[in-house]
Design a protein around this ligand. Structure first.
Ligand SMILES: [Fe+2]
Length: 266
């Protein structure tokens, strides 16, 4: 059995709060929880929105928090990220794509393909022809090995009206591409700060609550101007891969109130 830890959307910032909580406390607690209970994981993936405002400084600060992990952490970029800041402070595999934060991780019995859906200056995402060509090449390399794709932006609407407005812009092209490769077994998606799961064109997908604040359910209706985070605790996911199958365990690592008290600045 191969264990993978999946976290998303820590929205790290070196000072201050976001949506009424201290993202440094939430991130540190998640990593400590993983070290205590899942130190045997093969690796961990964080599927984007690594930082918040003040991006230049925040990647340096973020890297010091990630360094407390006993499990090797691999990160993706989301809409709030910056490729140059990421590259200056966070590691990437040697064979990662040169111009985008895209790379492949190999574990026992599976490949994990980490995609870059960042579109500079936009909260929506994009997946351009260059990134698509790279993905095609990777999917052709080991057609018999179960392949799991990690990405920040959903390539389809999820029934979350506000998040759906800022999904992957050319999601149909992405879905057309992966539909031709039966080795794609599951999509793991960040961005929406809320757990959902289902299938798209027959491929299972799952989204995950954020390490930071949680988005409300679509009803009662809400808008960004009056946004108030859902009063739900954060979680990460434990993925278990065995004999070509995978299970996803959602794991609450602290209470809703944790990190919402007046916590000291980092
Ligand atoms: Fe986010």
């Amino acid at each position: 059995m191969t264990k993978i830890i999946w976290m998303t959307d820590p929205h790290y910032q070196s000072a201050g709060d976001i949506a009424g909580l201290n993202p440094r406390v939430r991130l540190a607690t998640a990593i400590d929880h993983m070290n205590t209970h899942h130190g045997d994981a093969a690796l961990a993936v964080i599927s984007g929105d690594l930082v918040g405002d003040d991006i230049g400084n925040d990647y340096a600060g973020l890297s010091t928090y990630l360094a407390r992990s006993n499990v090797s952490i691999h990160a993706l970029v989301g809409n709030n990220d910056d490729r140059a800041g990421f590259r200056a402070h966070l590691p990437l595999p040697e064979d990662a794509m040169p111009d985008f934060v895209q790379y492949v991780l190999t574990v026992a019995g599976a490949r994990l393909i980490c995609l870059d859906t960042h579109k500079p200056g936009s909260h929506a995402g994009e997946f351009c022809a260059t990134r698509q060509d790279w993905l095609k090449q990777m999917l052709l390399q080991q057609p018999d090995l179960p392949t799991y794709i990690f990405m920040h932006h959903p390539p389809m609407a999820l029934g979350l009206p506000k998040q759906d407005e800022i999904r992957l812009e050319n999601g149909d092209a992405f879905l057309d591409l992966i539909s031709g490769y039966p080795n794609v077994r599951h999509l793991f998606i960040g961005h929406v700060h809320r757990p959902t799961c289902g299938t798209i064109r027959g491929i299972p997908f799952v989204t995950l609550g954020a390490l930071s604040f949680q988005a409300p359910a679509p009803q009662p209706d809400w808008d960004w101007q009056s946004f108030k985070a859902a009063e739900e605790p954060p979680h990460y996911a434990v993925l278990s891969i065995q004999n070509g199958d995978i299970t996803v365990q959602f794991t609450q690592y602290c209470t809703y109130a944790h990190g919402m008290e007046a916590a000291p600045q980092a």
